[in-house]
Design a protein around this ligand. Structure first.
Ligand code: VGL
Ligand code: ZN
Length: 202
């Protein structure tokens, strides 16, 4: 799928704990494969960037990564009375972006959330990059006209991020083949709700 040059791709929580770790989600592996396909078609990986494509003006769609990044005693963990098993602890493999997608991840385009042990954050809008900028700020700087969202989990971080993007005024498209989820019915319900709100489901 080729997306317009003035759009951006937001990759939500394609991190090992949501793929094969403590919170391994359904459909996570195929979702990563779909996301990789999308990035290969629309963005140049920094590690093995295709110079030809850059010169031709292809592969220039910005890719922004939203990443759960928790301290080991985060309030959302069961040991702290929260609803989730320990996951995405900063500095562990579980918090790492999938290796296939990592070449597309520039440090300035990684937005970490859930870093404060006392605060749960499902929306990528609450994340900050290493320069302290929010997703909204960077999308404004990039003069983004629309956003394509992929990631994990549909019912939580994907939905919250997509809804905040829409509220901020961006047309939002969610790619359903590129989503992982906690529960199948919850995934379908979230897709339905997003569609009713005006988010395009492709
Ligand atoms: C998420 C539960 C807890 C998500 C993050 O990325 O959807 N879900 N932390
Ligand atoms: Zn989390």
């Amino acid at each position: 799928m080729k997306i317009p040059k003035d759009a951006a791709i937001v990759v939500v929580d394609m991190l090992y704990d949501f793929i094969d770790g403590s919170m391994a989600c359904a459909h996570a592996e195929p979702a990563v494969a779909k996301a990789l396909e999308l990035l290969q078609q629309n963005s140049s990986a920094t590690a093995d960037g295709d110079t030809e494509e850059i010169i031709q003006g292809g592969g220039m769609v910005p890719v922004l990564f939203v990443c759960d990044s928790h301290p080991s005693d985060h309030c959302s963990f069961t040991e702290q009375g929260g609803p989730w098993p320990s996951h995405c602890v900063a500095g562990t493999r579980g918090a790492e972006i999938h290796d296939d997608l990592k070449p597309f991840a520039d440090e300035a385009c990684i937005f970490r959330k859930g870093c404060d042990k006392a605060v749960e954050q499902y929306s990528g809008f609450e994340g900050r990059n290493s320069a302290g900028q929010s997703l909204a700020e960077v999308l404004e700087i990039l003069d983004t006209k629309g956003v394509v969202v992929v990631g994990i989990a549909t019912e939580y971080c994907v939905r919250n991020t997509a809804e905040d993007l829409l509220k901020a005024g961006f047309p939002v498209t969610v790619l359903q083949d590129a989503l992982g989820y906690v529960e199948h019915q919850g995934h379908l319900d979230a897709l339905d709700a997003m569609k009713k709100e005006g988010i395009k489901i492709l």
